[in-house]
Design a protein around this ligand. Structure first.
Ligand SMILES: Cc1cc2nc3c(=O)[nH]c(=O)nc-3n(C[C@H](O)[C@H](O)[C@H](O)COP(=O)(O)OP(=O)(O)OC[C@H]3O[C@@H](n4cnc5c(N)ncnc54)[C@H](O)[C@@H]3O)c2cc1C
Length: 816
């Protein structure tokens, strides 16, 4: 047994003057990060806790653990978390009270059954142990359940419950075994950055100078953030669960009941001693301490309000009648912190050097281990081993204000067990950011959605009265409208707003050399554009960017709007003195014109000669269009002849008027993101966060064709090694033999019944009238013509790997 020092001996120790990392907050998340950093070799790490460990939300959690999450990589990390508990228990000698009983997700409606079929499909390629069981089997495994309410249940072997306090202490003590330190009753009162980028972490017991700090303040995550001038968009929420008196049927069992979730009833439940524990996410949430959590709040609970959960309780009595017959022993109402989309906010904060966060972790006992692993990898290796975009703090920018955070976190709390369909747009926190075209496009029938805070058109109905979506897993209401938009682009000319693309500006003597090193592809000459991957040192994709060279020392990079703060963080990390960099995404809005008549339209409103021979494919120039100054790119993501016209936001309305007027007799039509996403599928072009992401390499994604192998660039060694060995998997385009439904992402791809990959994106391809998916499959199944199957809502459909883009394979249209 390793030698663990006693609490007393540690309490007597004084704070060190310096540490590599100081973690603020000793809940399950902070303790897990401490453990992982020390385990991976960073011993000079210190955790400071205001009170006792667990003194935020960790001590009163219900302790239910499961693997299912809407994001597959979070599911993987949840599975890792559950597996880790045995290790920390053994290492620390502190019981985590773990019961791996198995658990189930019960489907009481056909829609929930469909939802679970999608989850089952994901589990296939992730290698998670999940299977469907019938209502009869469900009742055998959990005899207190009334099976008549259910169509089926998805069973997961890994689920169960634990003792939350025990788990937190086990992490902390296991961290000590690995050489880390923690100090309780040591509230941090200030965090002050020194000019060298390190931080002074101030407490009443003294200050520690830290190379990096991690805000794991949990319930006080916002307040700890304020100490560094940060306003994190997270919000503590009140949450109820109850514990029943003894239930005779349980008291007489010799095995523990499995854990369960019933989505429609919105309840989770498990055995607690000889009774049951049952919790629910109220339909009307109660944000707690919106204006700030008092520092004095200790091991206290909130006043329960059974009226808020009465309807849910009634439903639970129908589904688990024994609960209705039994008295309630305890009602817990405790606060815990939610993020705007329900996922944690972790990683280095863009724009604040050496400041890391791990806040908004709303399922700390399912996710804490994975968050700790990821944070430690990121801090020590410079990048996590899997793509954690779904948790990256950089997915929110300064538009994610505290008010917006409260509204969205509340929405997410209420929707914790509410289904979100692939075509659904969530209603709260909307119009946070709009462009000058918002009213105009809505008047034209736009159905809007929000991306990185900014409203953008998804598709266009006949008019505003008709602009709504009907949530479904099947082909949705937008189908025929999108077909109409694509037809306009294919035969004439369409326009799409492009304010939501990111724009990054580089200036200075060193700009070309910096970009040459940072980007794997070619950096263009003045007046030209190139497309290039950007790789991490380990050779993973970290961007697919269009580079415009406006002058020899002046470049603008166009890329994923959602990634703009993550890219900013990347670019600012090692920027030389002779380069200035600015994220100018909000400074350039614009319109992309696409279609065979786009040149005719543009020629009518542009003073320059833009004939094919003069303004060639991949040319860029600064010009006047519609009477306003613009950056004009001859490039296209639709696969048709096309131009991107970027103007300052104050000129956008003027530009749009010019476009609409000039296009009136050319059958000009606005189109939205859905049409664009359909058209790019036919060209086999990936989209960032879906097909292109740090889970994959340049060779796997096919982006290696854009690499300039003759130069030195970040990630070259790894990319070369892979080039010699060959990629283990490849991104392919599949045509699926299916009607009435398309993939929506994350479906399993199979060969002869065995999972060989998964769908990264897909949908209906209107120009070629086929159902198409892009996805990663093991290399041996990636050859053109290979026959595979894709699982959609539990059914297997035949699919075939394509050898060339489905539409205009040699790109003649856009080069015209
Ligand atoms: C009623 C209820 C039921 C739940 N059920 C489950 C469940 O079944 N399964 C599950 O996975 N999750 C559950 N949760 C959620 C879970 O409790 C949280 O996800 C988890 O506790 C978050 O841990 P944390 O470390 O991020 O935050 P916290 O536990 O809040 O820890 C933050 C710590 O930081 C300390 N701190 C703050 N400011 C400072 C400072 N200035 N200086 C020093 N220290 C500071 C605090 O004292 C605290 O100890 C439940 C939560 C509640 C309320």
């Amino acid at each position: 047994m390793p030698d663990i020092q006693t609490e007393q001996s540690f309490d007597k120790k004084s704070l060190p003057g310096h540490a590599k990392v100081v973690i603020i907050g000793g809940g399950v998340v902070g303790c897990s990060i401490l453990f992982h950093l020390a385990k991976f070799g960073w011993k000079d790490v210190v955790l400071l806790e205001r009170d006792e460990l667990t003194s935020g939300s960790s001590w009163h959690a219900a302790g239910q653990i499961h693997t299912i999450s809407s994001d597959p990589n979070i599911s993987r990390l949840q599975s890792y978390t559950i597996d880790l508990y045995k290790e920390i228990e053994e290492l620390s000698g502190h019981s985590v009270g773990l019961h791996i009983t198995g658990g189930f997700y019960a489907a009481s409606t056909p829609e929930w059954y469909d939802y679970l079929k999608r989850e089952r499909s994901k589990a296939r390629y992730m290698g998670l142990s999940q299977e469907f069981i019938s209502p009869k089997e469900l009742a055998e495994r959990h005899p207190l359940i009334d099976p008549k309410h259910y169509h089926a249940a998805l069973w997961d072997d890994q689920d169960g419950d634990l003792d939350p306090s025990g788990a937190t202490y086990a992490f902390a003590k296991a961290a000590r075994v690995h050489g880390a330190q923690y100090f309780t009753h040591t509230p941090v009162v200030e965090t002050n950055q020194r000019p060298d980028g390190s931080w002074d972490v101030v407490t009443a017991k003294g200050s520690i100078n830290a190379e990096m700090i991690v805000n794991c303040g949990g319930l006080w995550g916002r307040e700890v953030g304020h100490m560094a001038g940060l306003h994190l968009p997270v919000q503590p929420m009140e949450h109820h669960y109850l514990i029943t008196e003894e239930i005779p049927e349980i008291a007489t069992r010799d095995t523990r009941l499995p854990a369960g979730i019933d989505y429609e009833a919105n309840i989770y439940f498990r055995q607690e001693r000889t009774g049951m524990l049952l919790g629910t996410y109220e339909p009307k949430s109660t944000p707690w301490m919106v204006d700030g959590v008092p520092w004095e709040f200790g091991h206290e609970l909130l006043q329960p309000d059974l009226d808020r959960i009465a309807a849910r309780l009634e439903m639970s009595f129908e589904r688990i009648p024994a609960i209705g017959r039994t008295g309630i022993k305890d009602i817990i109402n405790g606060p815990f912190t939610f993020g705007p989309d329900g996922n944690p906010l972790i990683g280095p904060v863009p724009g604040v050097k050496n400041y890391w966060v791990a806040v908004g972790v709303m399922a700390g006992f399912c996710q804490g281990g994975g968050v700790g692993l990821t944070m430690a990898e990121w801090m020590i290796d410079g990048e996590p081993s899997i793509d954690v975009w779904a948790m990256d703090v950089a997915r929110f920018g300064d538009w994610a204000s505290p008010d917006w955070g409260t509204v969205k976190s509340s929405e997410n709390y209420e929707r914790r067990f509410v289904m979100t369909f692939p075509n659904e747009t969530l209603p709260k926190g909307r119009m946070q950011k709009t462009t000058a075209l918002y009213d105009r496009l809505v008047a034209r029938g736009a159905v809007m959605d929000q991306s990185f805070g900014l409203e953008n058109a998804q598709w266009f109905a006949e008019g505003p009265d008709n602009a709504h979506e009907v949530p479904t897993f099947e082909r949705n209401r937008s189908h025929d409208y999108v077909a109409r938009e694509i037809n306009a682009v294919r035969t004439s000319v369409g326009g799409i707003e492009i304010a939501n693309f990111a724009k990054h500006e580089f200036k200075g003597d060193g700009a070309r050399a910096y970009l040459d090193k940072t980007l794997a592809g070619f950096v263009p000459k003045p007046g030209r554009l190139t497309l290039t991957p950007m790789l991490t040192p380990k050779g993973r994709l970290y961007g697919d960017l269009t580079v415009a060279c406006l002058a020899k020392d002046h470049f603008v990079l166009f890329g994923s709007g959602a990634m703009q703060e993550a890219h900013r963080r990347w670019f600012e990390k090692e920027l030389p003195d002779n380069v200035t960099y600015t994220n100018v995404s909000d400074d350039w809005h614009g319109i992309a014109l696409s279609g065979p008549k786009s040149r005719d339209l543009l020629a009518r409103i542009c003073r320059d000669d833009i004939s094919g021979g003069t303004f060639r494919f991949r040319d860029v120039r600064q010009a006047y269009v519609g009477g306003v100054p613009v950056i004009l790119n001859r490039i296209s993501f639709s696969g048709e002849l096309g131009y991107e016209i970027y103007c300052r936001p104050q000129y956008l309305l003027r530009l749009s008027e010019a476009v609409e007027t000039a296009g009136a007799d050319l059958s000009y039509r606005w189109y939205g993101a859905r049409a664009l996403m359909s058209m790019r599928l036919e060209k086999s072009w990936g989209a960032w966060t879906l097909d292109y992401r740090p889970d994959f390499t340049a060779a796997e994604s096919g982006m290696d064709v854009f690499i300039n192998w003759k130069k030195d660039f970040v990630g070259k060694d790894a990319a070369l090694a892979e080039r010699q060995k060959g990629p283990a998997r490849k991104l392919v385009t599949l045509v699926i033999d299916v009607d009435g439904i398309d993939v929506s992402g994350d479906e399993a791809i199979l060969k002869d019944g065995a999972a060989v990959g998964y769908v990264s994106s897909g949908g209906y391809a209107h120009r070629v009238k086929k159902s198409v998916a892009m996805g990663y499959v093991i290399t041996s199944t990636s050859n053109p013509g290979t026959k595979l199957q894709v699982e959609i809502l539990g059914k297997m459909y035949s699919a075939e790997v394509q050898g060339a883009p489905l539409y205009d394979a040699n790109g003649a249209n856009m080069r015209d």
